[in-house]
Design a protein around this ligand. Structure first.
Ligand SMILES: C[S@@+](CC[C@H](N)C(=O)[O-])C[C@H]1O[C@@H](n2cnc3c(N)ncnc32)[C@H](O)[C@@H]1O
Length: 438
């Protein structure tokens, strides 16, 4: 039989090596400990600056923690019983102050490294509840047909494996209390075998269970869902590729509170995860923008109006741009109902603005709140129009630094910055920044 040459895989060529006595010298932007080994810098999850650890080298830049030889003084015992396995709250081994200080340092370092930029002033971070704060969560589901067994939980770090959980210390308490009854319910439903995932959302009016499915559940499942909805006082919705269907809910938008106003929202809409800090952040952004009835504000990545409606309440004219048509319609409806001076447009902000009618209006103030990818195209469009003030809300310091460089090239200065502790216990970072023309 012919034989073929089979190259060794990378893993075969580089057997993992273990190293002892490694000092963690800092954390990277993903919250992983940095060690300097004879084979170069490696990143180790679950470690704290000052730890002395033993590791197994697993890749060119990665190492896995084997044991902590000497714990750092800033290390605390993670309170969550799923900490070792669940991929969620990866910084809970750091004391509270260490977490936000690390995040603020990370933003400062990135701005300096990629944009040669320092904020003229860092305000004290916005902080709030550090546990039971999340008002929205997506749970992974796996139905083992052979064993007729359900796994409901969160994914392990860098893995598709689902870690079954019965309680979660960062979920808002009413959502946390739903986890066990929800698991019992799903074990009974026929549609569980085809369930993609489940989302739990806390709106002002009601808790929502959103089932992601290929088709709406059958009559037998409907009955069980109705009983569950009544017993636990929740609304149940189903999302398929074709439609969002209220199974046991009124077919109308719910809402969440944002700085003196209720923002209409559907279960599939984006919503800031931390209720208390979202409100604080909106208040600070309004303080920086200082909108008045004389201002023309352009808001990019507006979602369903978390910032838009409170800004328009001040009398400023707001032009709000968002990429998801249903959210644009909802935002426009909310503004119309509240008689607020808002015009909402749907546009893909990854594209240039040459075809956008709204782009020719004069704006003196701009607010942008992009997703992690940042605003590579939009930031140039904004900077060329030279508004007097730009507030940039970011959930990714690397893309913030990239976009900030464009603003600096167009003559803007970073006047103020403030960390928002929106995702305590995790490595995720939220920061707000105020730019003005120099
Ligand atoms: C971080 S969320 C902020 C939403 C809103 N500012 C809030 O506080 O709820 C980012 C928003 O940008 C929208 N978005 C993402 N990429 C976009 C694009 N290329 N064009 C337009 N909108 C986009 C998303 O749909 C989402 O609503």
């Amino acid at each position: 039989m012919a034989q073929f040459y089979k190259p060794q895989t990378r893993a075969q060529r580089q057997p993992s090596r273990s190293l002892k006595g490694q000092q963690v010298v800092g954390l990277d932007h993903l919250g992983r400990g940095i060690i300097r080994t004879p084979q170069g810098t490696k990143f180790v999850a679950g470690t704290a600056p000052g730890d002395v650890i033993s590791v197994s080298v697993t890749g060119r830049y990665d190492a896995q923690l084997i044991g902590i030889e000497q714990p750092s003084a800033i290390r605390v015992t993670p309170p969550c019983s799923y900490y070792q396995t669940c991929g969620g709250c990866d910084l809970q081994h750091l004391a509270d102050d260490e977490q936000w200080q690390h995040k603020q340092r990370t933003v400062q370092e990135m701005l300096k490294k990629f944009a040669q930029l320092q904020a003229q002033q860092w305000l004290q971070p916005l902080r709030g509840a550090r546990w039971h704060y999340r008002r929205r969560a997506r749970l992974a589901v796996y139905w083992n047909r052979q064993r007729q067994q359900l796994t409901l939980g969160f994914r392990a770090a860098k893995s598709k494996q689902i870690i079954a959980i019965d309680s979660c210390l960062v979920l808002a308490k009413p959502l946390d209390q739903l986890l066990q009854p929800l698991r019992s319910l799903l074990e009974q439903l026929q549609c569980t075998a085809r369930l993609g995932h489940v989302e739990l959302i806390e709106f002002t009016q009601q808790l929502v269970v959103l089932l992601r499915l290929p088709e709406v559940p059958n009559a037998a499942d409907h009955q069980q869902l109705q009983a569950f909805a009544e017993q636990h006082q929740v609304a149940v919705w189903a999302e398929t590729d074709q439609a969002l269907t209220p199974l046991h809910a009124r077919p109308e938008p719910m809402s969440y509170r944002s700085h003196r106003v209720e923002v209409a929202s559907w279960p599939t809409d984006f919503m800031q995860g931390h209720r208390e800090l979202s409100e604080q952040m909106v208040a600070q952004v309004i303080q920086w923008l200082a909108p008045t009835a004389q201002d023309q504000v352009l808001e990019l990545f507006a979602g369903s109006g978390n910032f838009t409606l409170p800004i328009a309440l001040t009398g400023a004219q707001v032009t709000a741009i968002e990429g998801i048509p249903s959210m644009v319609n909802r935002l426009q409806d909310s503004a119309t109902q509240l008689k607020l001076p808002v015009v909402a447009h749907c546009a893909n902000l990854e594209e240039t603005w040459s075809q956008q009618p709204w782009a020719n209006s004069p704006f003196n103030k701009v607010l942008l709140d992009p997703a992690r990818a940042g605003a590579a195209v939009a930031i140039g469009e904004v900077a060329r129009r030279q508004p007097e003030r730009i507030v940039y809300v970011s959930c990714a310091p690397d893309t913030l630094a990239r976009d900030a460089q464009v603003l600096v090239e167009h003559g803007y200065q970073l006047k103020q910055a403030q960390l928002v502790d929106m995702f305590p216990q995790t490595h995720h970072i939220e920061v707000i920044t105020l730019f003005e023309r120099g």
